[in-house]
Design a protein. Sequence first.
Length: 166
Amino acid sequence: MDIFCEYLVEKKSTKDKIKKHSLTLACILFLLAVFYFCFFVKIKFIALIPILWGGAIFGTVILRRNFSLEYEYIFTNGVLEIDVIKGRARRKNLVSIPCKAIEHMAPIRNGFSTDRKVINAIYNEKLGRKYYVNFTQGGVPCTLLFQPPEKILDNMKKYNPRNIEL
């Protein structure tokens, strides 16, 4: 019998919202500065206004998409895969871990520090249920931080009961 669980969650971060709004504000200030420069300082550059405005608006739209992140947790027959989706358009595989390769997995209690490579897939800092997973990938010790739903946790525990704490 195949086991398949899939969850798509949107990252909610105050920092990302602030960055998005700051980027928009910077674009508006740039547009005003171009307008002022072209009309009041050097009139011969008026023809550049549409080009500069178009480039600034296009760049802002493209950069804002990078702050719209979604994480997809997929668990299929003992393999946990986490993908990050930027702007609801581009998908990148963040990590793929067979449950048998997990060295230790437990809830994060009272902060977290490590000397390993950290892969952060936490979608909501305010929400509890944060877990860390220690594993080795390509000879490099890594730690994955994520917020799995109960169904994925239960299925992972079936594949590696000794190393996974719930």
